[in-house]
Unconditional design. Structure first.
Ligand code: NAD
Ligand code: WQD
Length: 342
């Protein structure tokens, strides 16, 4: 199995899940948003190593060709992409180039080597400024920034490829808000620079790297005025990929990966206090442009088609994220804290 972007946040956890279920895993990653140190952590967390790592850019078709020639690849899980919404507004061409070109280059190489199975990382951000709660897959896509549009373009490109090449079977998984970490504390979310997302930001406040959490907006039409999101444990996301692959249907399909449960920003702070006994200094500031009040998945399609449901609750999400942060206060490159026993 080829995992692109396998050193990233979701890719690394998915590699562990695949290894634990007996799959052989080949990773391609250029480490543009991850650390080579992750590969050892994957091997350690899974208790057995990945088959191979190929360092390089997915847009490099000769690299891809050599990967497909070197290994008997039966399926691809395609995570590699740039993912920061704000940065995508500043660098739209870079986002379209990396996210879309990597996908077309991958599809071409898969077809040339007779590889028929693809799982693609899509995003709830393709639904855009919607007020529909919960969101089913039939909700029209209305992406509002280059990142989200790049994901929507890729979904369409893959769907077109499946129409033209009926031997190709693909699924796009629209993740809601993946958070949490592997329960060993070996793997987690380690963003570069200032975190854009609430959970890693909150963890850096908790560990003392940042003074407070700014809560973006307290006047939304939600029970406590702060935005509500559908946080999903990254190991449930990883499990969702394994199951999606095992249940892959002919042609192209899309599935939400979410819990169907909404949590507000202040609810997340409270859950952290309850699960980990740490108070996060939080201050409500003005809204962040582009945020919607409430995004909650309707997870019914995955439940009825695959019999699949998430199994980890908010308590597990904050507990596991905190364990990773405690053991890796300055991230992968700085190493595990001495005496962690890992
Ligand atoms: P991540 O940045 O941690 O992982 C992406 C990995 O891909 C990184 O290791 C990076 O080095 C690699 N990469 C990027 N461009 C590459 C290229 N051209 N060639 C080779 N490797 C490249 O991100 P993540 O959070 O793990 O997200 C994985 C996927 O899931 C992405 O496609 C993202 O858009 C999607 N997604 C993420 C979220 C989220 O909140 N994290 C939500 C919805 C969808
Ligand atoms: C969650 C809530 C913020 C930071 C993003 C992408 C989306 C998808 C998932 C990739 C919001 C609030 C945040 C902070 C805060 N990723 N917040 N203080 O925006 O729901 O979704 O990640 O596909 O495309 O847009 O996630 O974690 O940034 O924000 O109050 O310092 O936390 O306003 O309500 P978001 P997030």
């Amino acid at each position: 199995m080829l995992v692109t972007g396998g050193a990233g946040f979701i890719g690394s956890h998915t590699c562990v899940e695949l290894l634990a279920h007996g799959h052989a895993v080949v990773v391609v990653d250029d480490f543009s948003n991850s650390s080579p140190a992750v590969i050892d952590r994957i091997d350690k967390a899974a208790g057995r190593p990945i088959t191979a790592l190929h360092e390089g850019d997915l847009r490099d078709s000769s690299l891809l060709r050599s990967v497909f020639e070197a290994h008997p690849i039966d399926a691809v899980i395609h995570f590699a992409a740039k993912k920061a919404v704000g940065e995508s507004v500043e660098l739209p061409l870079e986002y379209y180039d990396v996210n879309v070109s990597a996908t077309t280059s991958l599809l071409r190489t898969m077809l040339a080597h007779g590889v028929r199975e693809l799982v693609f990382s899509s995003s709830c951000s393709i639904y855009g400024q919607t007020s529909t709660v919960p969101l089913g897959e039939a909700e029209p896509a209305a992406p509002t920034n280059p990142y989200a549009r790049s994901k929507w373009f890729c979904e369409n490109i893959i769907a077109d490829a499946c129409r033209r090449y009926p031997e190709l079977n693909a699924v796009a998984l629209r993740y809601f808000n993946p958070v949490g970490a592997h329960s060993s504390g070996l793997l987690g979310e380690d963003p570069r620079g200032v975190p854009n997302n609430v959970m890693p930001y909150m963890m850096q406040v908790a560990i003392g790297r940042r003074p407070e959490l700014q809560v973006f907006g307290g006047d939304y039409e939600t029970p406590d005025g702060t935005c509500v999101r559908d946080y999903i444990h990254v190991m449930d996301v990883a499990d969702g990929h394994r199951v999606a692959l095992s249940q892959l249907e002919p042609g192209f399909s899309v599935f939400n990966l979410g819990t169907g449960v909404g949590t507000s920003v202040l609810g997340l702070v409270a859950a952290f206090r309850e699960a980990c006994g740490v108070e996060i200094p939080a201050r409500v500031v003005s809204r962040r442009p582009g945020d919607v009040a409430m995004l909650i998945a309707d997870p019914a399609r995955a439940a009825s088609a695959w019999g699949w449901r998430t199994t980890r609750d908010l308590h597990a999400m904050v507990r596991d994220a905190w364990e990773f942060q405690r053991l890796n206060p300055y991230g992968y490159e700085a190493g595990l804290v001495v005496g962690s026993g890992q």
